[in-house]
Ligand binder design. Structure first.
Ligand SMILES: [Zn+2]
Ligand SMILES: [Zn+2]
Length: 168
């Protein structure tokens, strides 16, 4: 009989524990704490966010352990790694939401909005079909300014040359 590791461990943390055991890796309270933070959030968390949330919960866990645990969470397929070109990765729980969702990323405040679109799903099938391609997954990220940033009059610097034909 395996005694329960801690009191209220979420089913996803238990699933992660199973993944670790199956791969001969130790199920440590630190790894469980990092997993719990990711699983209990619906946000797209950076390592800094995770470290802050752990500290707020009274846990002091080093960045190396957080990185290593996130790597294992991604390998277990329970957590998805996102790169929104901010210079660091973000992490989100894959099972708490629909697997196929798209992202709107605000380049001013860093806010990430999720949306789902049946049209995008249909276009994906259509385009892949045109090339005889069998799709497994896709990624759509729309960058720009969110409604709240536009409301306070924010603007983004020009990203460089525009099409010379348009500027004539
Ligand atoms: Zn914004
Ligand atoms: Zn997302």
């Amino acid at each position: 009989m395996i005694p329960p590791a801690t009191t209220a461990v979420s089913p996803f943390v238990r699933l992660f524990g199973r993944y670790l055991r199956e791969h001969g890796l130790p199920v440590t309270p630190q790894r469980q704490a990092v997993a719990e933070v990711v699983f209990s959030s619906t946000e797209h968390l950076s390592v800094d966010d995770i470290e802050r949330k752990l500290r707020e919960g009274g846990e002091r866990i080093g960045k190396a352990t957080i990185y290593r645990t996130l790597d294992l969470l991604v390998r277990s397929k329970l957590v998805a790694e996102r790169d929104f070109n901010e210079g660091f990765k973000r992490y989100e729980h894959r099972l708490s939401r629909q697997p196929e969702h798209e992202h709107l990323i605000c380049q001013r405040c860093g806010g990430v909005t999720e949306f789902k679109s049946e049209e995008i799903q249909a276009i994906q099938v259509h385009i892949a079909g045109r090339f005889g391609f069998r799709p497994t997954r896709h990624k759509l990220e729309i960058y720009g300014l969110c409604a709240s940033c536009i409301a306070v009059g924010a603007d983004l610097p020009s990203e460089g040359l525009t099409c010379p034909i348009e500027t004539v």
